[in-house]
Design a protein. Sequence first.
Length: 296
Amino acid sequence: MNGGEPLEKKINVNRAVLLISCPEKPGIISVVSSFLLDHQANIVQFDQHTTDPRSGLFFMRIEFDLEDFDRSFQQIEQDLPMLARDYAMDWTLNSEKKIKRMAIFVSKTDHCLLELLWRWKSKEILVDIPLVISNHLDLKETVEAYGIPYYHIPLTNDTKEEAEQKTLEILSDKVDFIVLARYMQILSPHFISKYQNQIINIHHSFLPAFVGANPYAKAFHRGVKLIGATAHYVTNDLDEGPIIQQDVLRVNHRYTAEDLKVAGRHVERTVLAQAVSWHVEDKVLVHGNKTIVFTS
């Protein structure tokens, strides 16, 4: 939280972001910079990281402005594949004026949901939220008060496959990524494959400690002096996906298990909101089971 007025972000309709990952090779920065210059791009921010200067992988995030945006953006999009082929690049090119569409999945707990809705409403996170999906009805009125459609899809072990298929049909082409805001269900490999590295989960512990259910109870019995939260991309391995953001809070022996849970909510909501914000702003690159996060 900002402690004052919300940080309202503005869309720069002339701004684009290019993400690149490729094998390390001398001259890559010069080649990419010259390519953008040839397309009349004005580079405003350039971030880079290499796993090994001699034989590792190279990662770039470049923000740039274009004067004749639509024409120039389209031309860059057409010409990039040739450059990518020569340097074995994986790349994504995004425009700030194309707002990402975020679905929120939630169960009964509301603090992470409310944090995202508040930051969306205050334009601190620039996304569209076309829908919220839940396996319970508890938060229906809360969500609909924001003018957002709320879909209740009950789910049991016997109906999980059917419920997931219904969920996919509802999502269809309506969303770009999904946030699990304390959604207390495990997604199937089939579902995850539809949104690879596009599902963000908040786990209420500092992973890799206390994976699975009831981490605050486990932390209490272990007598921890720090509690934390972890936002990560969802993979088929429970709570082991690439980590985007983490934070901790110091506690002591006077904290009950319930005290830990209450304190942890504050960490959870901030960590999740930061991870979502970085994802929306194209600041995250996934490399295997790790992330490169270009934050200022």
